[in-house]
Ligand binder design. Sequence first.
Ligand code: UDP
Ligand code: MG
Length: 307
Amino acid sequence: MKQIQFIIPLLNEAKNIPLIYDAIRREITKNNIDIRITYIDDGSIDESWDQICQLSASDIRVKGIRFSRNFGKEYAIEAGLRQSKADAAIVLDADLQHPIALIPEMIEAWLNEGFKVVSGIKSQRQKESVFRSVVSSSYYYIFNRMSGLQLQQMTDFKLLDKEVIESYLALPEGSRFFRGLIAWLGYKEKLIEFSPLDRLHGETAWSFRQLVNYAKGTLISFSYVPLKLISFMSFAMFLFALLLGLQSIYNKLLGNAEEGFTTVLITQLIIGCAIMYGLSNIGTYIAKIYDELKSRPHYIISEETRE
Ligand code: UDP
Ligand code: MG
């Protein structure tokens, strides 16, 4: 009998914890599959940890891992994968936005069709403002163009074969962009569309600023285009300066050259901007290198339920 490990990262989802447990148990009994559930409490300040302990006390298949503070979902997923000994793992959100009903189909694709990765992709974006959905679509467009990977309206809702988990955990880098890295590993992947359900309890933990930082971080992890942009910009500036110079000479020859420093000043300003933009870009990469060099642990576990 194959064993499947459910990995559920969560932050303040006390109400959802028993619900998702029930839902998984209801759905998976049909499949003759041995399930394990790991909840990773990413620094919740509500009753999430108590809920996890209760479930874990009543069902030995349930395990809880508690972070000492909020380290972020990517690291919670990593912690879950690291302790998995199962033949495959399914990563899903605690808020029940990832339909459990899809899971039998995912397992089917893994067991019988030979896919190492099965990913849920959003057929329509969840209820969010027009602004947010435009920003998010543009992000995916830019990310795909810059990184050469093909991320669709991806989610972290994924089934991963043991082999994929091992490759993923062997990656040494500290920034863990789960969807991007799994795509980068390049295993045979099946995409299954779903329309995200509404969040059952609580609200999204991501602020817009966090999302922007996340987007920036992932782009820098997967692409050197921002660095290349600097040389492109300096080339553009050079062309501009050349044209301006030619125009000045032309005007001088005709004897109607302008007085004053306006042109000089504007040119200086634009060049200054370009240099600063370039520097900030380089700075971001250096910060990233610095982060990697520090090679701090990705998370700290403060408590665990017993095996
Ligand atoms: N989450 C987490 N750590 C965080 C933020 C979120 O573990 O720092 C969990 C959260 O509890 C949920 C999942 O990640 O299970 C997705 O988060 P959310 O629903 O807030 O994101 P959205 O669905 O809006 O993308
Ligand atoms: Mg959600």
